[in-house]
Write a protein that binds this ligand. Sequence first.
Ligand code: B12
Ligand code: SF4
Length: 615
Amino acid sequence: MRAALSGFKRAARPRREPRRAAFQLILIKPSHYDDEGYVIQWLRSVVPSNSLGALYGLGQDCARRRVLGPDIDIVVSAADETNSRVRIDRILRQIRRSGGRGMVGLVGVQTNQFPRALDIARPLRKAGIPVCIGGFHVSGCLAMLPERPAEIEEALALGISLFAGEGEGGRLDEVLRDACAGALKPIYDHLKEMPDLAGAVVPFLLRHRIKRTIGLSTSFDAGRGCPFECSFCTIINVQGRKSRHRSPDDVADIIRANLAQGIKQFFITDDNFARNRAWEPIFDRLIELREREGLAVRLTIQVDTLCHKIPRFIEKAGRAGIKRVFIGLENINPESLAGAKKRQNRITEYRAMLQAWKAIGATTYAGYIIGFPADSVASVMRDIAIIKRELPVDVLEFFYLTPLPGSADHKALWSAGVPMDPDMNRYDLNHVTTAHPQMSRPAWEQAYRQAWQAFFSPEHMETVLRRAAARGGNLGRTAQMMVWFYGSITFEKVHPLEGGYFRLKFRRDRRPTLPRESAWMFYPRYGAELVVKHVRFGLLIARLWRLRRRIKADPTRKDYLDQALSPVQADDLDQLEIFAASDAARDAADRKRRAVARQQAVAGRPSPPVRAAAE
Ligand code: B12
Ligand code: SF4
């Protein structure tokens, strides 16, 4: 089996007699272009792709079930372009060696990756190879827009087949049969029915693929769908608002299969694991694996800001091995949150939630969106200062508010004819793509850049490490996170979620709309960039490691206390700036006071005075 999965370099053909025909299913997760037009690619990327794992698992399942008949072997290979160069010549040779039987599946293609996906597909289509693109751009556009956008029409005109919806439930069978018969349909639309995930084929990648990511970790989705309705979100319009989940047995199987190949770290990609209806049985199974069987697995999850209100959730997360938590904080202005229909984010709960994660020693990352209508450069800088002082979050990562195709925001702008950037490559949440009501484009970009620099100032990095030391967190892990996030955005000029180690750039892989640079221009500059980046990373790592040693050696490190770590108290509502930064924040604080008063009245205790909203 391994030979069949070796990727592009060694085209694989099962060595059996008599030889059967082979159909090459070549799965590629495309990357996208940086501002200079080079593919964002690394020797080691950071986060493994679950979309690729999902399709690889499905492809293997089709191979096992011999969906192309008893005489045709399906040979599946998978590559993530963020850590592997796509060589069209090799793909063509691989398929030709199989007598021309094969298909290229461009997997999990997001909006920002769509132009790159088309550039990969063009020469393949020219050579007559069937190509099918799936992922959030196709699904989001088809789910939300009344008509097909230009780039989707362009794909269809190139003879590329588009797959909308999810691949589980035997849907890949039809695609492979059609491809093998040379009769791929232009569109496979499965958006109306969401497959049940219980017992569905699980995502899986082989170790030699996972080895190309830093830290040897893999990812899987334990569930899909989220009950909330944030207007900037695409997920609910593609995967629905109902929680569909894998069974605890399937999750345990995924973990065991990976442990068997030496992989112990996992990223559970559910957008909101706290709303996965099976979170508790899944945590219980993980606890069993860790506590009874002694399997040392470590996991990362994504949750919402009310997860600490779910009884036992954080306590069980700790026992289940959750070490890192992504939280969609998004903003500290309730007016912005309400405008984005993210009412479930209550700023009055942020401190309690973050402290609860600190108490189990987890490292927290929070996403923060810049560009809500009420934002200005000054208000963003004020809000970041408040967060640094009052919220014990380890890493804050920033995003531009972006009308992602598939979101209600995008649909509203599209319907109103509001101009949006026509270059899909820029929809990576790291670029401005539409106008802001208050800020000019340069002002918005300034707010974004300054937010990163303000949060990751040397003083604040020290504070974050001191907080981690005081609460028994892992200093090494926290420092690594800061190197990754700050280094990616500042030295590599890419968003950390697209980051990696040792940037690869290939002169010939430049975006076709830009000229190919001459070798004497390209190589010296690329070499110099690598040297400068390594020096800058080296200095940052050395600084943080010295700091870490100093803090670890400090006998008083456990006594460190600041406003963010101070226990949550009723008078926080009067004392903390987060509750006074805007009218909406003051209103939120007042609502909380009233709620506390009601609870205390029920419990027969005196209630705190309620401050007037206009105060
Ligand atoms: C995990 C994750 C990541 C991970 C890993 C990427 C990955 N795709 O695995 C990381 C952290 C790297 C990441 C980064 C980013 N992400 Co992301 N990510 C996700 C998340 C939470 C889960 C992805 C996943 O595993 N989904 C489950 C899989 C199985 O679903 P799927 O990809 O749609 O694939 C299914 C179908 O589409 C279909 N299918 C897909 N491909 C194909 C191909 C063929 C041939 C066929 C037949 C079928 C088929 O079958 C699959 C199985 O059912 C999604 C949200 C979500 N719920 O999906 C966001 C999401 C995909 N990410 C998003 C974004 C914007 C980004 C970033 C640009 C953000 C940033 N600034 O960093 C970067 C891009 C960098 C990159 N290189 O990917 C957006 C994309 C929206 C859009 N319109 O493009 C999403 C939807 C979240 C959102 N904010 O709305 N992401
Ligand atoms: S909580 Fe997250 S996944 Fe759920 S709707 Fe909002 S942005 Fe989407």
